[in-house]
Design a protein around this ligand. Sequence first.
Ligand SMILES: Cc1cc2nc3c(=O)[nH]c(=O)nc-3n(C[C@H](O)[C@H](O)[C@H](O)COP(=O)(O)OP(=O)(O)OC[C@H]3O[C@@H](n4cnc5c(N)ncnc54)[C@H](O)[C@@H]3O)c2cc1C
Length: 438
Amino acid sequence: MPAPTHSFTAIAAVYFILAGAPLAVAAVGHEAAGRGFWIEFAVGLGFVGFAMLGLQFALTAKFQRLSTFLGLDALLHFHRQAGLIAYGFILLHIGILIAASPDYAAFLDLRVDPVRALALWAAVGALTALVATTLWRKRLGIAYDWWRLGHAVLAALVLLIGIAHILRVGWYVDDVWKQTTWLGTTLAAAGLVAYARGWKPLVLRRRPWRVTAIHPERGQAWTLDLEPVGHDGMSFQAGQFAWLTLGESPFALAQHPFSLSSSATRRNPVSLTIKAMGDYTSTIHRVDPGAPAYLDGPYGSFVLDDEADGMVLVAGGVGITPIISIVRTLRDEGRCIPTLLVYGFASEDEALFLDELAAMGAGPDFCFVPVVEHPDDGQEGETGRVGAQLLDRHLPEDREGMRYFVCGPEPMMDVVEAHLRARGIPLERILSERFNLA
Ligand SMILES: Cc1cc2nc3c(=O)[nH]c(=O)nc-3n(C[C@H](O)[C@H](O)[C@H](O)COP(=O)(O)OP(=O)(O)OC[C@H]3O[C@@H](n4cnc5c(N)ncnc54)[C@H](O)[C@@H]3O)c2cc1C
């Protein structure tokens, strides 16, 4: 079900309270030191920036409920923006302090206190590397899995040096309860890393899976069937996804998210349909039946709620995978709700599940609109890209109670979302799943 706006507001409110909490902690029982506005302001920025860095760990700890509720893409988008703001706050903290009183430059002076200065330079360097490798990962040629590992290590380093800095400087943290609060929350942030990278894989190890079959699909894609080994598998809602780790160890570096493409009425086997897009996905076709695997999930809020009177599904390319699961599930449940599926693909050779969808397109409640970007000569039907005019030709007149699902390439999603909004569809009825997280 789409997350209600007031729930988003509640989560945002909790975030802002936690990010601002250090200011309240600092203010309790502290007497004004007469250092002037700019110095106090800079110290406040430092506290809030550091608290935001700590909260970054909570956003990426893969809490199933949080990511199911908000959506992984929204969560990671927020994580990214919050990280940039926290970085800005910390740079301003340093810059304003030195501008307000040049004595503060001594903190970074290797001649004054080499250990302290080295640690602070290391923290600023690590923070800058975190931001730069996130913004320019592809340009720097860093593989996603290595980037993820490096990101965690750099973040932990910044956290460690940051808390040491706060405690050593000692301003506003002179009481034992304040020091304990700071240490406790920093340890909690470190605990979140241990939870995501240690505890979760340990739990997964007790629930292994095995690849039972691998089917080639159109367009350089393969469907992997996976069966649970020694447990009852995974119950999921159509449209959700799971993190796949292939191999004997759930601690492996490579862990990638894929939508479950099979019907949610079927627990065994479950299927993932994976298109060769990069380093990892290009090796999927080499997986042998019988290969061990781990599935962490289900996650995601790209799911149909019971109150929907109808659905408009707009998919592009491999973005059809969560949508085929929704369509298959409704079919298997025998649930009839009016459905329009607009599916854009480059050419028929690339169109996943085309025959299955075309066969369903004959049903009274199901309208299938394939859109071929590069049609053969004389090809009938919709051609070109999925855009505003095409949508207007097919969107139903009665839009009350409809749910809208959008999944595909970024430019298509931007156009479709903007057009649906322009046609008066409320935001909470538009569900989007973005595959590109970086
Ligand atoms: C919720 C969700 C559902 C998805 N469902 C499907 C699906 O059903 N079928 C399908 O083919 N693809 C799906 N993807 C995309 C798939 O996860 C990426 O294409 C794949 O991880 C790319 O890895 P690569 O090394 O082959 O490509 P690369 O070229 O290294 O990466 C391409 C992009 O994929 C993303 N990515 C890469 N590695 C990871 C990782 N470990 N974790 C998170 N993101 C990563 C990054 O945004 C990266 O920029 C989904 C993605 C998300 C977020």
